[in-house]
Design a protein around this ligand. Structure first.
Ligand code: G6P
Length: 616
């Protein structure tokens, strides 16, 4: 939430900061602002609304200078007005701050600062940071920042510049993400890696309470005590082109189409079919450690939580281990019973979701081992984890998660087979079959994408509906939830995912001739359980049909029964039951996308949302 970007170097900072903000805009788009220092003068431009408004403002009233910072906001404290847009100033307008997160004790700090004579002009929590730095400033910005963070409570990342200590940006984080880059006499600070990729792939990830002083001659790193620390830069393999739209109209569409390749990257080198082996050597657990886990608890938020629900069924079926799943945002507050020998898994695309990271800290502090399934190298979750399984999806920019989700599912599939092999629950033949089907999956995903037009036609027929239901059973149920979430977040249509068998306990009352009901009815012909589940779903299809609901079904190729009962039908190639969710979700992503396009919604920046939720 909120994107921050800073530049110091020989070039005009304005276009560089604006480009940085553009690539961070998915983190928040309520308002935007920029502050530039030119020859000891500090100038600010801010406005409400999207970055485009700021671009127009700068065109009307240009600024230039030697260094500066910018911000794109997702409002937490204070309405998304121009006054509340970052950057925020001290009383004299000599120091400015751009901030991501929440200063929890800002009311007490603000009161104290007002008593001391500071004048506030905004409703934000951020403004206290600017005034605190002002209070502690005696010519050196990093010293003032050091004294400031000693007074702050909450989760935050901020960057500060001063017209009176020029040619440097001071950056600090506590919980919220912040990365630093330094190359050939230029320094950069950003909320996220993709904004940095046009300049460098050598990235410094700040630790909590570390202070980075970014200048033309490099980066100095200080501990909160002021002691110097050695900066350790990490190499990122993401290509800058991966973070661009590449001819697609929206990032989301590009990312939907990237899924077959992303999935191939996820599995690359992670299994050998001839030996029926899963290679998870990059995950720092020994076989003995894996075997010592007697149960698993998975914590996640949003779409990653849906992956966790599907993962539970995979692990329970393949490895026969008990698996609990909870929202990371709920787990800490329900006094959980934590059994010994539990492996905790956190699933988080960004590795920075505040609730997930906080839950991870809690279980780690209680002495449990944590595996992080994440997409972002160096993210907070990776640094708190005992072991990491990277999804290798490449940068995901669209706020609605797509390729991160399918690669999370495939990681869980590999993990479930790995655990099933280690504890002797899966035979060599079963493993070989499960892996053969995995190998064929990217082609089946491509086949679905080749028929995307059919989904577009369904969207055309149904985009005016005001409610949708998504129904499924078993491992398909989390995909019903995900389908409903995609539609809600992109098109603002009310949608619910429901277990198909629960319809008769209430939701049947909603059915009428205006309600589209999407059924996930594909099955694995080789599995009796899967077939049985399908037959039950077919009964539910008939029940809805007899009450005049509009039936949209995803089913196996050539399923005459299902087709006959459906108003709209999309076919899916059969595969292993636990891989079907990966295929099923693609038409649902496309459905949400095309419905939202037809309704004129903002695909990559849905209202009130942000990609990375760094507040609790
Ligand atoms: C936000 C995003 C979702 C994402 C969720 C969890 O709500 O919009 O797409 O699923 O955060 O994010 P994480 O990075 O922890 O997977």
């Amino acid at each position: 939430m909120c994107g921050i970007f800073a530049y110091v170097g020989p070039r005009d900072p304005v276009p560089i900061i604006m480009a940085g903000l553009k690539s961070l805009e998915y983190r928040g788009y309520d308002s935007a602002g920029i502050a530039i220092v030119q020859d000891k003068n500090l100038q600010i431009r801010r406005c409400s609304g999207k970055l485009k408004n700021l671009e127009d403002m700068i065109e009307r009233a240009p600024i230039t200078g030697q260094f500066g910072l910018g911000h794109t906001r997702w409002a937490t404290h204070g309405r998304p007005t121009e006054e509340n847009a970052h950057p925020h100033r001290d009383c004299k307008g000599r120091i400015v701050v751009a901030h991501n997160g929440i200063v929890e004790n800002y009311i007490a700090l603000k009161k104290k600062l007002i008593d001391e004579g500071h004048q506030f002009t905004t409703e934000t929590d951020t403004e206290v940071i600017a005034h605190l730095i002002e209070k502690h400033f005696a010519g050196n910005l990093e010293t003032a920042v050091m004294k400031t963070i000693a007074e702050l409570k909450g989760l935050y990342a901020f960057i500060a510049i001063s017209a009176d200590d020029p040619q440097k940006v001071v950056a600090v984080r506590e919980g919220a993400p912040l990365v630093v880059g330094s190359v050939d006499g230029e320094g950069f600070v950003a909320s996220d890696i993709p904004a940095m990729l046009p300049y460098t792939r050598s990235i410094l990830f700040l630790d909590d309470h570390e202070i980075a002083v970014v200048a033309r001659d490099g980066v100095r790193l200080l501990a909160a005590s002021g002691a110097a620390r050695e900066p350790h830069f990490q190499q990122i393999t993401w290509d800058p082109v991966m973070a661009e739209k590449g001819g697609y109209k929206h990032f989301m569409l590009k990312e939907i189409y990237e899924q077959p390749t992303a999935l191939s990257n996820t599995v690359l080198g992670r299994f050998s079919l001839d030996a029926n082996v899963i290679h998870l050597e990059d995950v720092a657990f020994t076989d003995e450690q894996w075997k010592s886990f007697k149960r698993i608890c998975i914590l996640a938020c949003g779409t990653s939580w849906h992956a966790a629900l599907a993962g539970r069924q995979m692990i329970q079926s393949f490895a026969r281990l008990p698996v609990e799943v909870d929202y990371a945002s709920e787990y800490r507050y329900r006094n959980p019973v934590m059994e010994p020998d539990t492996l905790f898994i956190v699933i988080t695309q960004s590795g920075e979701t505040a609730d997930t990271v906080a839950a991870q800290k809690m279980v780690r502090d209680r002495g449990f081992k944590v595996l992080s399934i994440t997409n972002v190298v160096g993210s907070m979750s990776t640094r708190l984890a005992d072991a990491v399984l990277y999804t290798r999806a490449g940068p995901e920019i669209g706020v609605a998660s797509t390729k991160a989700f399918t690669t999370q599912l495939v990681c869980l599939y590999l993990l479930a087979i790995h655990l099933g092999k280690l504890n002797g629950r899966l035979s060599g033949e079963e493993i070989r079959r499960a892996l053969t089907e995995l190998m064929e999956l990217p082609h089946k995903m491509e086949a679905i994408l080749e028929h995307a037009k059919e989904i577009e036609d369904i969207a055309k027929a149904l985009f005016r509906a005001e409610d949708f239901l998504f129904l499924a059973r078993g491992v398909h149920f989390p995909i019903a939830l995900e389908g409903a979430l995609k539609l809600k977040e992109l098109s603002y249509i009310h949608a619910e995912g429901y277990p198909a068998g629960e319809m008769k306990h209430g939701p049947n009352a909603l059915i009428d001739e205006n309600l589209p009901v999407v059924f996930l009815a594909a099955y694995d012909p080789a599995s009796a359980d899967s077939r049985q589940c399908y037959e039950k779903v077919l009964n539910n299809v008939r029940e809805v049909k007899s009450r005049d609901g509009i039936i949209v079904s995803l089913g196996n190729e050539g399923d005459a029964d299902l087709m006959e009962n459906s108003d709209h039908y999309f076919s899916i190639a059969p595969t292993n039951e636990f891989l079907l969710p990966i295929l099923e979700v693609i038409p649902l992503q496309l459905l949400a996308y095309h419905v939202a396009v037809r309704r004129g919604c903002d695909i990559d920046q849905p209202r009130n949302l942000a990609k990375s939720v760094t507040v609790e």
